[in-house]
Design a binder for this molecule. Structure first.
Ligand code: SF4
Length: 376
């Protein structure tokens, strides 16, 4: 248990102070590239010998970004711009900004204009990601990003480096999937707060370093007997749940998170990139094509994703689900009715809680979660 405590403390320190981690890398002579949500090919940054640094907003208050956005934009987009406007991202040598929803598109253009000091790498994914023309489009976009990254790094991204990056990332994705499972089996050791912290810190470390720490934590957890959990078990769903005060309510009410359908968590590492593809750029495009079960991705079979989430909940033995509805997130809101129907048909009780990164008062969430836990 001593080693587990020490590892958890390491993850806590990293997640609590991403800026410190960024400047540590810079002190080692490394450049870092900000990676906005969603599905940007981080492997390219890693293969360029730079540090991919996740930029998923932050907790706090939005001030300056309000001049660029109407109030009905999600906080994750507004916060990313706020961070750019307040200089919080100035240590980055560039940012990759994707355009996967109607909020990210205006964010990309506002960021480009309002934060000119940070090199801007615009990434458009195709709607139809699976047909050959979609794969070609993704490859062309990734090719453009690759060229820009090479210019920033001052050296070429070779096929060999990229193939290695794909392996490093697949290993990291596997470790995170394993951790999610083990955290669900050991909620007595991995609190909901720590679960979130361990996953979040992966955005601020080179994946080879992160995976080494996580493999060690997973190894320690595997040695422990699986306890009989006296509380309830849930699946969480949403874009991001990065507030320790909110997750603490889970711990206080003995609500274990045994699986998730969260974009910032499992949706980002559910799928691996092929390692047997000879062209690594095509492997990255195939990786994006293989992504699935996400409201942000075009799905001709609209009914498929809710069934996937229900299966995830059942496989993990969840008694219920907690849906975090990011305020003003259209893609998630539009798919909620089908998710709700699927939960109801499967007999999985759920609640929906509003969430945004400016929230500081969780009184209502506390009452709802307490009542939900008691009802199960
Ligand atoms: S998907 Fe939702 S939370 Fe994410 S940027 Fe778009 S509107 Fe915001």
């Amino acid at each position: 248990m001593e080693r587990i405590s020490a590892l958890l403390q390491t993850f806590r320190d990293i997640a609590a102070n991403p800026g410190k981690q960024l400047y540590k890398y810079k002190g080692e002579g490394k450049k870092a590239i900000g990676v906005f949500p969603y599905y940007a090919p981080e492997e390219l940054v890693y293969a360029a010998d730079m540090v991919p640094f996740g930029v998923w907003g932050r907790l706090g208050t939005i001030n300056k970004a309000k001049e660029y956005f109407a109030s009905f934009y999600c906080t994750i987009a507004q916060m990313n711009l706020e961070m750019g406007l307040t200089g919080a991202l100035d240590g980055l040598s560039g940012v990759i900004v994707t355009t996967m929803c109607d909020t990210l598109r205006p964010l990309s253009q506002n960021f480009r204009l309002a934060v000119p000091q940070i090199p801007f790498l615009f990434l458009a994914h195709p709607q139809n990601r699976r047909p050959e023309y979609g794969i070609k489009f993704t490859m062309a976009q990734y090719g453009k990003i690759k060229k820009q990254l090479e210019e920033i790094a001052g050296s070429p991204i070779t096929d060999e480096k990229l193939q290695n990056a794909i392996k490093v990332y697949n290993k990291s994705r596997a470790a995170r999937r394993k951790f999610v499972k083990l955290a669900g089996q050991h909620p007595d050791v991995i609190s909901a707060v720590d679960r979130g912290i361990v996953l979040k810190s992966g955005y601020y470390l080179l994946k080879c370093q992160y995976t080494k720490l996580l493999d060690e934590l997973n190894g320690e957890l595997e040695k422990l007997p699986v306890p009989q959990w006296k509380g309830i078990k849930v699946l969480t769903s949403g874009i991001i749940v990065d507030n320790d005060a909110l997750l603490k309510i889970f711990d206080e009410n003995k609500i274990a998170i045994v699986a998730d359908d969260v974009a910032h968590e499992s949706r980002s590492f559910d799928v691996d990139a092929p390692e047997d593809e000879t062209d690594p750029m095509r492997a990255l495009a195939l990786h994006f094509a293989a992504q699935d079960n996400d409201p942000l991705l075009y799905d001709p079979e609209i009914v498929k994703r809710p069934a996937h989430v229900v299966k995830k909940a059942k496989d993990a033995g969840a008694n219920g689900a907690v849906v975090f509805a990011m305020t003003f997130c259209d893609p998630e809101e539009l798919e909620y009715p089908s998710l709700k129907k699927a939960f109801e048909e499967a007999g999985i009780p759920h609640i929906i809680l509003g969430y945004d990164q400016q929230m500081a008062d969780f009184g209502q969430a506390r009452t709802s979660l307490q009542a939900f836990a008691e009802s199960l």
